[in-house]
Design a protein around this ligand. Structure first.
Ligand code: NDP
Length: 507
């Protein structure tokens, strides 16, 4: 699909273009990126490990309050003095488009950096993550001069206007599961709207976004408009949210951390927040969903992509009795054939979990659920033979009761729960979740049934007869209830990076 969107020179390559690479040979841009320069940290360092084998490969400086203050003050000065916020929006768009081109020109380097430190296998990083990042930036470049505020109906001798303006400095906090594309979803709209940005990537995947910032400068972004501060969430992330010159916060991560980000934003300047949080998304399959194997592949991709480390992972299969036996058997068959591999091998398709902590969390969720009475249809433990890397087997659980861990909590690993229902009412009731409302899949050939379910499931996104996003970035993404506030992507994400001034002029 992406091939049809991108110019020939940057279109998706044949798979042979992706090769194994030597993880020890990758150049690591370690440090903060402030005012257009890589700045070595002077605070305590955090050891960064490769998820594929657990080996430490770099030290990360941690910015405390002082380091964050330098970055935010520089960003604020740059936003006011460089002309970025005031230049013709079309010029901003042109810089962002050049940036997207440079990302594609440096695609291999970015893909290797991403694959080295994250859970993105090199083939996915090269054919998916990096082109998607460039394409998201292109989408927001197009927004720059397509939004116009409003002229309001007022008395005849007045002119009422709603004038959009950038906030100034936007603070962005990104997670580790899709480091580059999550950064582009936050930086793209903030920059296109004329803001400066200070981004804190996850301490687990800190480096690829530094290279992204270097390329932005090369594309013509003034120094200080895109800054990266490194460090842990508790120290650097919290200092960023609390800084008085950060006027808006954009966060992706767990619901738990989202709550403390929102609390901090309220107590330190009443800042608007965009929160893209966790999920426990259902895949509701009716008897008439169509070809069983096709649906099974959709379900399998939906819960196994990035080894389940995706906010929208479709981790609850809710299937109607008439198709249940055949579908469950097909899902288990597909789940059993995955071949795990270190992220720097070209033929690796199934990723490790990001860290030992995450591995313990996934493993505990499965064993607690099994101890409570659930049955394992496949998986349920780690793959052998990976030394310090944590590769968890795709796991399918059945025989679940309300309250069991794997059914209720966001596991963030390749774990699917299965529940069987008889009629539409029961299926829709099972699809609802008491906390989360991020995404849902509805699989049926009956359009009436599909739309009834879509209307009644409380989720920010519903996919009908598919599961997963496309490169149609005009479609926003964001959660209901405990899954978040506001939208990433779409025109809505761009507009959320502007505040609106009401102006009344008498003549
Ligand atoms: P977190 O929500 O803690 O981390 C997400 C980002 O927020 C990271 O950059 C983190 O920094 C930062 N952060 C952490 N605490 C604060 C804070 N007090 N103030 C500001 N920023 C903060 O997720 P984890 O990495 O701990 O993962 C735990 C669970 O969260 C996963 O098992 C999964 O369930 C969920 N998750 C959901 C994601 C999603 O896309 N919805 C993405 C990632 C995780 P740092 O990592 O450097 O500490």
């Amino acid at each position: 699909m992406l091939d049809t969107l991108l110019p020939k020179s940057v279109s998706r390559p044949v798979v042979e273009a992706v090769q194994d690479f030597d993880p020890a040979a990758v150049n690591i841009p370690s440090g903060h990126y402030i005012s257009g320069r890589l700045v070595p940290g002077d605070g305590p360092a955090i050891e960064v490990r490769r998820p594929s084998d657990g080996q430490a490969y770099a030290d990360l400086p941690e910015a405390g309050e002082t380091g964050v203050d330098v970055a935010v003050c520089d960003a604020s000065t740059a936003q006011q003095q460089s002309g970025w916020g005031e230049c013709p929006p079309r010029e901003r768009g042109a810089v962002l488009r050049r940036w997207a081109d440079l990302i594609m020109e440096n695609r291999l380097e970015l893909a290797q950096l991403e694959a080295l430190g994250s859970t993105r296998c090199i083939s996915e990083a090269y054919t998916g993550e990096v082109p998607f990042t460039a394409e998201a930036i292109r989408f927001f470049a197009e927004c720059a001069d397509k939004y116009s505020g409003d002229v309001l109906p007022t008395r005849s001798r007045s002119l009422g206007m709603l004038m959009p303006e950038p906030y100034g400095v936007v603070g962005a906090i990104a997670p580790w599961n899709f480091p580059l594309s999550m950064a582009s979803w936050k930086c793209g709209p903030a920059l296109a709207a004329g803001n400066a940005i200070v981004l804190k990537p996850s301490e687990l995947t800190p480096f690829s976004t530094v290279r992204l910032a270097e390329l932005a400068l090369e594309a013509g972004l003034p120094p200080g408009i895109f800054n990266v501060v490194q460090g842990s969430g508790q120290v650097t992330g919290a200092a960023l949210v609390r800084h008085p010159l950060v006027r808006k916060v954009s966060f992706t991560g767990s619901t738990q951390t989202g709550k403390s980000v929102m609390t901090d934003a309220a107590h330190h300047g009443m800042k608007p927040v965009t929160l893209e949080l966790g999920g426990k998304s259902p895949q509701l399959v009716f008897n008439d969903a169509g070809d069983v194997d096709t649906v099974a592949q959709r379900i399998t991709r939906g819960f196994m992509a990035n080894a389940g480390q995706a906010c929208v992972a479709g981790t609850r299969l809710i299937v109607q009795r008439g198709i249940a036996e055949a579908l469950i058997a097909a899902v288990v068959r597909h789940a059993r054939v995955v071949v795990p591999g270190v992220t720097w091998k070209a033929n690796s398709r199934f990723a490790p979990l990001i860290s030992q902590r995450q591995a313990e969390k996934v493993s505990a969720a499965v064993s607690n659920t099994v101890a409570a009475g659930a049955e394992v249809l496949c998986g349920g433990s780690f793959f052998d033979g990976f030394g310090g890397g944590f590769f968890y087997q795709p796991t399918v659980l059945i025989g679940l009761q309300a309250g069991m861990t794997a059914l209720e909590e966001e596991v963030f690993g390749p774990v699917l729960t299965v529940q069987i229902f008889d009629d539409e009412e029961e299926g829709i009731a099972l699809a609802s979740h008491s906390v989360y409302g991020l995404a849902a899949g509805v699989h049926t050939m009956d359009i009436g049934q599909a739309m009834r379910a879509t209307r009644r499931i409380a989720a920010g996104t519903v996919w009908i007869n598919r599961y997963g996003r496309t490169t149609d970035f005009i479609v926003p993404t964001g959660g209901f209830n405990g899954s978040g506030i506001g939208k990433d992507l779409g025109r809505q994400a761009f507009e959320a990076n502007l505040r609106h001034k009401s102006v009344l002029l008498d003549f």
